[in-house]
Ligand binder design. Structure first.
Ligand code: 13P
Length: 354
């Protein structure tokens, strides 16, 4: 695998109108999401849910890659096909979350550092053998008036860069995810200040660790007010602040930026992505999505753990994927959300499947 091969994988991941489905919730996180809907979380129920998502008819028109969790990449569909292969056959690249989670950072009360570097070289080789084409590592940055500390930012930036270098060595595209959390009552201005500092530290660390910027993707948060902030920014404000921050801190050598949704509602995550892609001025990178909750929430709710709801659930995923695909091109319109248009999309989907 050369950097050229990695660039080809990236070309597919951020091809026009395509984005990534993050379905890499750990067992604990998915169990929390299931619990909220009173769905029992077992190895089987988690497998059935992921199989439902990955077999959504027509979704490959909008989804270029899926991030899997360790349990999922080892699972097979009900007909015995490994789930990673099921994706591959539809032209969807399987990816894998390789960090082992955010743990308390010693000496930094209230802050986290993402772990998982020990033994990572061997794990990457194994995942590549199982069909993974790209990987993900998420760093978590907590914001308030005094946080994050310099210690937290530099420890997380360093780990992200070490991870990215190991991925490129192993022939996997690294998705570098520094997430400045929406939790808290901070303003959009404070989010921009912290996101700027974090991106600055992350790119400095990536260069220090000799990561080829052309062979990676960045997965950042949008610049947005904290969810408990008394002043929520408008869609145009979020778009303008986000693009300004990215232009200042993300080198043009990076081929693509794929946002996380971070707890935004599904519709708002689409509206923000669309607004960013409609702004005038230079955008040297492809800008698309790598959403978890903003793609899955309506599908999970519709499924509710019941086989008889599989089709409705798949329709919900298809709809969100279609809206976000349009947003990644800056061509989303509000009426794509209306019921009539959902029906139209489904009719269209029937045609696509033929
Ligand atoms: P959300 O879009 O739900 O934030 O998930 C994306 C992700 O991969 C978090 O690591």
């Amino acid at each position: 695998m050369t950097n050229h091969d990695l660039e080809q994988i990236i070309g597919g991941l951020v091809a026009d109108g395509k984005g990534i489905l993050a379905a890499d919730e750990s067992v604990a996180t998915l169990t929390r999401r299931f619990d909220a809907l009173k769905i029992q979380s077992t190895e089987q129920s988690r497998r059935r849910y992921r199989e439902l998502l990955f077999t959504t008819p027509g979704v490959a028109a909008f989804i270029s890659g899926v991030i899997l969790y360790d349990e999922t990449i080892r699972q097979k569909s009900s007909s015995g096909t490994p789930l990673a292969q099921l994706l591959d056959r539809q032209g969807i690249a399987p990816g894998i979350k390789v960090d082992v989670g955010a743990k308390p950072l010693a000496g930094a009360p209230g802050e986290l550092v993402t772990e998982g570097l020990d033994g990572l070289r061997d794990r990457l080789a194994e995942y590549r053998g199982m069909g993974a084409r790209f990987a993900k590592w998420r760093a978590v940055i907590t914001v308030n008036d005094t946080l994050p500390s310099a210690a937290c930012v530099s420890a997380n930036a360093h780990a992200l860069a070490r991870y990215a270098a190991l991925c490129q060595e192993a022939g996997l595209v690294p998705i570098v995810e520094p997430e400045v959390l929406m939790d808290g009552s901070h303003t959009i201005e404070r989010c921009e200040e912290v996101t700027s500092a974090v991106l600055h530290a992350v790119f400095r660390a990536l260069l220090e660790q000799r990561v080829a910027l052309e062979s990676m993707l960045l997965k950042p948060n949008m610049v947005i007010a904290g969810k408990d902030s008394s002043r929520q920014a408008s869609v145009p404000e979020v778009a303008t602040a986000t693009l300004r921050c990215l232009r200042r801190h993300v080198p043009a050598a990076v081929p693509g930026i794929v946002f996380l949704s971070g707890g935004q509602s599904d519709r708002l995550a689409t509206a923000h992505l669309d607004a960013i892609n409609r702004l005038p001025g230079p955008r040297p990178w492809a800008i698309s999505f790598s959403y978890g909750r903003a793609l899955q929430d309506p599908a999970l709710e519709a499924w509710h753990g019941r086989d008889e709801n599989v089709t409705t659930s798949q329709q919900a995923l298809y709809h969100r994927a279609r809206c976000n695909s349009a947003a990644s091109l800056g061509t989303f319109t509000d009426d794509m959300e209306t019921a009539a248009s959902v029906l139209e999309a489904l009719a269209h989907r029937g045609a696509d499947d033929d």
